[in-house]
Design a protein around this ligand. Structure first.
Ligand code: GTP
Ligand code: MG
Length: 347
């Protein structure tokens, strides 16, 4: 099961109470105040962990509590601080405050830590309140409550490349051919109901990550089919592979399909429509009217988009697709570095 949204409750520990006590020693008839302070309550932290890919572990474990601080004791003894609690989340998790709906943290790298709920301060014991005129204070402070919050966690898979297209375009078949992912593949629409991630191995420890998402149809941005909510998984990708079925058996018009999907992308988010996109004609092993392919090629050229043709069944063109994709990703990364340097120079 793929879980990408979960609500949790975080409860930091309360601070321990201070205490009222007086020194009792042999031969010291009236000892001064000696009540120790309460310990600090434990805090709840969140930490991003590379080894996690889903929020599933939090779905069945939605409450996270840190330990409370212990109360102070006599002889000026400080109560022990409560232990912190840590919640591990995958990289790509965004944290929203349920009450305000604000985004309060965004885990973009492994090993980031975020203080989700701060432990309460310990109360002061009566030792702090002695003054020349009040030598035997008979009061102390209680500990402060720990913070408590409800958080909505959302995981956006961070893939480099997103596959988009109509149902049956061959998205899952492609990811199964170029990566170790084994998604369900079938000749009916909406076979894929949840996103799949695949890691494409380029050798020499170089890889890129591809996201296969459920198919889109006309009106997806208004909720048709499965809607367009899965597009959030390709929102952060650097490159879109737009798969278009050009086979004769499909009975579809490739140019029309291509235009519809681009319209749906723009309706979802204009940024996504402007993202670098490679148009990939699929199922060319089952093509007997070459003009279907040529029309799409022309259309892509008009739009200034790169164009490739593949068959995932015969493997024709898939190697080239991988090498063009990785080259394009490198170009995009380099231009991002240039841009950052430029921004640094300007500042
Ligand atoms: N002839 C041929 N058939 C293909 C090729 N690629 C995929 N198919 C077939 O097309 C059908 C749909 O493939 P999928 O990979 O499930 O398509 P999808 O785009 O993931 O579809 P959804 O998950 O429904 O959006 C399956 O029956 C595949 O076997 C290809 O290169 N050639
Ligand atoms: Mg699929």
């Amino acid at each position: 099961m793929f879980i990408d949204r979960v609500k949790i409750k975080v409860m930091a520990g309360d601070g321990g109470d201070g205490v009222t006590a007086f020194r009792r020693e042999k031969f010291v008839p009236r000892g001064g105040p000696s009540g120790g302070d309460g310990g600090v309550g434990g805090s709840v932290w969140m930490e991003s962990d590379e080894g996690l890919n889903t929020l599933l572990h939090l779905r069945y474990n939605p409450e996270h509590k840190a330990e409370r601080g212990r109360h102070g004791e006599g002889s000026n003894r400080h109560g022990r601080d409560g232990e912190d609690a840590t919640i591990k989340v995958p990289v790509g998790t965004q944290v929203f405050d349920v009450e305000t709906e604000d985004l309060i943290f965004d885990f973009t790298k492994a090993g980031q830590r975020f203080l989700a709920a701060k432990g309460g301060k310990g109360g002061w014991g009566n030792q702090h309140f002695a003054t020349p005129t009040r030598r035997a204070p008979k009061f102390h402070y209680t500990g402060r409550p720990g913070e408590e919050k409800e958080l909505q966690l959302e995981l956006k898979l961070i893939a480099d490349v997103g596959l988009v297209g109509f149902p049956n375009a061959g998205k899952s078949t492609l990811i199964s051919v170029i990566s170790a992912a084994k998604p369900k593949i079938a000749d009916y629409p909406f076979t894929t109901l949840e996103p799949n991630l695949g890691v494409v191995d380029l050798g020499e420890y170089k890889t890129f990550v591809v996201a296969d998402i459920p198919g889109l149809i006309e009106g997806a941005s208004e909720g048709a089919g499965l809607g367009d909510r899965f597009l959030r998984h390709v929102e952060r990708t650097k490159l879109i592979l737009h798969l278009v079925d050009v086979s004769s058996i499909s009975g579809r018009n490739p140019v029309e399909d291509y235009e519809i999907i681009n319209r749906e992308l723009a309706n979802y988010n204009q940024d996504l429509a402007e993202r670098p996109q490679i148009v990939v004609a699929t199922k060319i092993d089952a093509l007997d009217e070459p003009e279907r392919l040529e029309n799409l090629r022309q259309k892509a050229a008009q739009d200034g988009k790169e164009f490739l043709e593949i068959s995932a069944v015969t493997n024709k063109g898939t190697k080239e697709l991988i090498s063009v994709t990785s080259q394009k990703l490198n170009e995009i990364k380099e231009s991002e570095i240039d841009l950052n340097q430029h921004i640094d120079d300007v500042e």
